[in-house]
Design a protein around this ligand. Structure first.
Ligand SMILES: Cc1ncc(COP(=O)(O)O)c(C=O)c1O
Length: 366
C-alpha cells in the first residue's frame, strides 16, 4: 500500500488553466485583476458586503483583531484547542487571550465556558469552527449581543461549512478563511477576511496595505500597516477552488461517511460529528479513543500507523500551556482530546479501500 498522506487537494485542469492565465497575463494593467475577481466572487459566495484576499488566514485573523481595535488591557475569550494562529493573532495586538474549554461533541468552544469567563475587560470572542465543524453560533452570537462583544470566526478550516443556512465565516463581525495547502480548498497559501461592517472594513483594508493613504504624497502612509494582500496567482487558484466548493465539501463528506460506516458499533471509538442543523465540511475527520478500553494511547497509535505509511495527527496541545502564555489552566476536554484524540487522513484523493486499510490497522492497534 502506498503512503496515505494526512491531507491533500483536488486540483483539476480548470485551476491549472486559470493559474496559467494569471501567470501569463496577470501583470501590467492586469496586476490586480485576479485578486479583485477573487474578492468579488468571495463577497457573492459568502453573501457579505466586504471581502479582502490575504496571503493566509493568519494575516486575515490579525487584521480582524487589529480592525476591531483590540489593544493592551483588553481580553478575548478563545478556545484552548486550535492551531496557534488563533491565539497569537490576538496576542500580536497586546490583548490578552482567555482560554476556555471545548464541547466534546464538536471540539468547538463551549458557550457556557464563554459565559463564565466574561469580565469587564472582555472585548471579543474568537471562536474556531474546529476541523470544519460549525461552532454553536446562535448561543455565541446571543452572548456577544448581551455583553456587547465582537465576534471573530476563525473559519480557517471551514470553507463551505454551514451553520443553519449561513456559511461559516459570514455570521460574526469578521470571518477568516484559509486556503493553505492542507485545507479543503487550497491556493498553496491564501486567506480571506470577510465582514459586513463598514468601519471594520475601512480599518482592515488600510492596515492590509501598509497603512498607505497617499494623503500627503504618493506612497504616504498614515498608520502602521502590514503587507497582507494576496497575490494574483494564489487568488486565481483560490477562485476556482471556491467555485468548486460544493463538490469539494461533498467529497470530504463522502470520505467522512466511509470512516463513519466502519467505526459504527466500535465502542472504543467515537467520531467527532456535526450537530443537527449544521453541515460540517469535514476537512479533518477526527475520533476520540476510549482510553479505558484501548490497548494503546493515541500518540502510540499515531506512531505505529506512521510506520505503515498512514499519516494521522494528534489533537492540538492546549495553547494555554505554551511558553508565550504559561497560564497552566486545565481545560479538561481540550486536554483530553490532546491525549486521546486522533485526526484521520482525509486527502481528497483517498480511496474507500485506503480508508479500509487505515481503519483495519487502527482497530488492530486499539
Ligand atoms: C484553526 C486555524 N486557524 C488559523 C489557521 C491559519 O491559516 P493559514 O495557514 O492560512 O495562515 C489554521 C491553519 O492551519 C487553522 O487551522
Amino acid at each position: 500500500m502506498k503512503d496515505i498522506p494526512f491531507a491533500g487537494p483536488w486540483i483539476t485542469d480548470v485551476e491549472i488553466k486559470y493559474v496559467t492565465e494569471a501567470a501569463t497575463y496577470g501583470h501590467y494593467e492586469n496586476c490586480m485583476k485576479y485578486i479583485l475577481q477573487f474578492e468579488k466572487e468571495a463577497k457573492e459566495y459568502f453573501g457579505v458586503k466586504y471581502a479582502i484576499g490575504t496571503h493566509c488566514a493568519t494575516h486575515a485573523l490579525h487584521l480582524a483583531c487589529a480592525a476591531i481595535g483590540l489593544k493592551e488591557g483588553d481580553e478575548v475569550i478563545t478556545t484552548d484547542h486550535s492551531w496557534i494562529a488563533t491565539a497569537y493573532t490576538v496576542t500580536y495586538t497586546g490583548a490578552k487571550c482567555v482560554f476556555v474549554d471545548i464541547d466534546p461533541k464538536t471540539l468547538c468552544i463551549d458557550p457556557s465556558a464563554i459565559k463564565n469567563a466574561i469580565t469587564d475587560k472582555t472585548k471579543a470572542i474568537m471562536l474556531v469552527h474546529n476541523f470544519g465543524i460549525p461552532a454553536d453560533m446562535d448561543e455565541i452570537m446571543e452572548i456577544a449581543k448581551t455583553h456587547n462583544l465582537k465576534v471573530i470566526e476563525d473559519a480557517a478550516p471551514a470553507m463551505g461549512a454551514k451553520y443553519k443556512s449561513k456559511l461559516c465565516g459570514s455570521i460574526g463581525d469578521v470571518g477568516c478563511i484559509s486556503f493553505h495547502g492542507a485545507k479543503i480548498a487550497i491556493s498553496g497559501e491564501g486567506g480571506l477576511f470577510l465582514t459586513n461592517d463598514d468601519e471594520i472594513y475601512k480599518n482592515a483594508i488600510l492596515l492590509s496595505d501598509m497603512g498607505r493613504t497617499d494623503s500627503v504624497a504618493p506612497f504616504w502612509s498614515d498608520v502602521l500597516g502590514y503587507e497582507y494582500r494576496i497575490g494574483n496567482l494564489p487568488a486565481a487558484m483560490a477562485t476556482i477552488q471556491m467555485r468548486r466548493i460544493n463538490e469539494l465539501v461533498d467529497n470530504k463528506r463522502k470520505i467522512y461517511s466511509w470512516y463513519e460506516k466502519r467505526f459504527n458499533g466500535v465502542d472504543k471509538v467515537i467520531m467527532v460529528k456535526e450537530k443537527p442543523g449544521t453541515i460540517a465540511n469535514y476537512t479533518y475527520p477526527s475520533i476520540w479513543i476510549d482510553r479505558a478500553k484501548s490497548n494503546s494511547s493515541a500518540i502510540n497509535i499515531i506512531k505505529s500507523l506512521k510506520e505503515k505509511g498512514i499519516h494521522c495527527r494528534p489533537g492540538f496541545p492546549p495553547m494555554n500551556f505554551f511558553p508565550v502564555y504559561d497560564v497552566n489552566v486545565l481545560n479538561k476536554v481540550a486536554y483530553d482530546f490532546f491525549s486521546n484524540g486522533i485526526v484521520l487522513p482525509a486527502p481528497h484523493n483517498i480511496t474507500e479501500s485506503e480508508v479500509d486499510y487505515v481503519v483495519e490497522n487502527l482497530l488492530e492497534l486499539i
